[in-house]
Design a protein around this ligand. Structure first.
Ligand code: PCA
Length: 200
């Protein structure tokens, strides 16, 4: 079995992105499955170019994308990705799309194919605050999730895929009164999500 796990580069003036810091600390193998880790650019163009290629080349059994949701207090497992790019905050190459589709002619939305509820239950059993989220926003994370689910659907693959948003790390929150979580807890959460998805 093979698992593709991604995190993002920093954006929005942050020096780190806790999603990538956690992903890069993951072991090379989880329950016998090979773990392929990649850092993604925070650009609408980049994720739509890189992810379809990665999926077709690596043919993973499970894809778990992760990103920072600064301000959310807990780990959130996303239920749905929508075919919309709409942002007032420029991405890392200055692009601010308004009401554009991720892919012209693609469906309005895709549900995550990860065991969303089982992941949330497993995290809570390990005393990690977690919940289901019904929106991944309309910025680069949603576009990445939509791209992966669309690629898998069009290719007729059986890969299970979805997205997990993580809070700011404690380091990031030192100078701002925002909720945060220890990087090691975020890493453990992603590892639990991988294990739960492999068993599903
Ligand atoms: N979070 C952003 C994009 C990159 C990231 O880590 C988002 O939620 O869209």
């Amino acid at each position: 079995m093979k698992v593709l796990v991604t995190g993002f580069e920093p954006f929005g003036g942050e020096e780190i992105n806790p999603s990538w810091e956690a992903v890069r600390a993951l072991p090379e193998e989880i329950e016998g499955a090979e773990v392929v880790k990649r850092q993604l650019p925070v650009t609408f163009r980049g994720v739509r170019e890189i992810l379809p290629r990665l999926i077709v080349e690596e043919r993973p059994d499970v894809v778990i994308l992760t990103g920072q949701a600064g301000g959310r207090p807990n780990i959130t497992v996303e239920r749905v990705a929508i075919n919309v790019m709409d942002s007032t905050m420029p991405d890392n190459e200055g692009f601010t799309p308004e009401d554009e589709p991720v892919f012209e002619g693609a469906p309005a939305a895709y549900f995550a194919t990860l065991p969303v509820k089982a992941i949330v239950r497993a995290l809570r059993e390990e005393k990690i605050p977690a919940g289901v989220s019904n929106t991944a926003g309309t910025y680069v994370c949603n576009a990445a999730m939509f791209t992966v689910l669309h690629t898998i659907a069009v290719a007729g693959m059986e890969t299970r895929a979805g997205f997990i948003h993580v809070p700011f790390s404690h380091e990031q929150a030192l100078d701002k009164p925002r909720p945060s979580m220890a990087l090691d807890t975020i890493k453990r959460a992603i590892e639990i999500a991988v294990k739960t998805s492999l068993r599903a």
